[in-house]
Design a protein around this ligand. Sequence first.
Ligand code: AFP
Length: 337
Amino acid sequence: MPAGRTTLSEYLSQQTAEHQSLNPDLSKLILEIAKAVQEIALLTSQGALEGVMGSLESQNVQGETQKKLDVLSDEILIQTFQSGNLVAGIASEENDEPLSNPKGGSFLCLFDPLDGSSNIDVNVSVGTIFSILSSPSNTKPAVSDYLQMGRQQIAAGYAIYGPATMLVFSLGYGTHGFTFDAISGEFILTHPTIQVPADTSEFAINASNERFWEPPVSRYINECKQGKTSVRGRDFNMRWIASMVADVHRILMRGGVFMYPKDTKDPTKPGRLRLMYEANPMTFLVEQAGGLGSTGRQRILDVQPESIHQRIPVILGSKNEVERIESYHREYDRAEH
Ligand code: AFP
């Protein structure tokens, strides 16, 4: 191993030694997740060669057509968690009900096994998102045990299967990025203590939904589009990869604001993204890196979950931009009442 390169296991040992409050089993769990990520990375990197592209006849709990890789990734993670005695229960985007681990454990893990899967068949970066909670019961956790606020997460992270496979996570002491080295088979610390710039000139939103947005969102986006000629006094750029992991990774690397706001497209849905295994873990990571996550009206990590698959509006990234968008929502709500 070339000098000066810290492996994931070395980093975890250092963190456990440095922070007495860290449960050593948490490091073991992160290492198990890293192994599952390597398996998923291999599958995604093989693409059409493995016959894993395309969709299945089945649908997930969201009523979305499942991709073969969605299900295979889900199976890899379930097998990983249930072969050990660290995780008492798991909840996945791909499964209606949470699954208990007969071996028991002190953690709960909630995950989106392959986020951005509509990008798989066109070879665009996808990812795995995970959230780790303490389990109130060592075995057979109840659904209510999972419904903990995002602020109660003890760890969260994602893998991004891009040009490089990276693992980005936080144990509550900053957000750190590791790059997989296929030669050594190790995850190497390449992005220690990631910081999201407080200001940005880049926003990410699916602009095709514009006619469904609430006025404060339209106000913010229009000011960005008007650039120098608006109150913002500078031009903005737009990105939309339609893979949350890839969009949020970019924001962690260079700042920006990611928005999937509440809209009227489907009044039964308060947003597209899921609170427990997309918004909460991604907000945990961004806030550990100095950014903010909000629904526009409430900080995401303070939302009391009501169901495992509930959806939520997401405004996430550079602190000053998120605060500005929140202020636009307050002004709008005051004027409306
Ligand atoms: P898929 O997993 O169905 O591709 O959805 C990805 C996602 O949940 C999130 O990763 C993206 O940010 C968002 O949906 C993209 O939504 P649109 O397709 O409406 O832009």
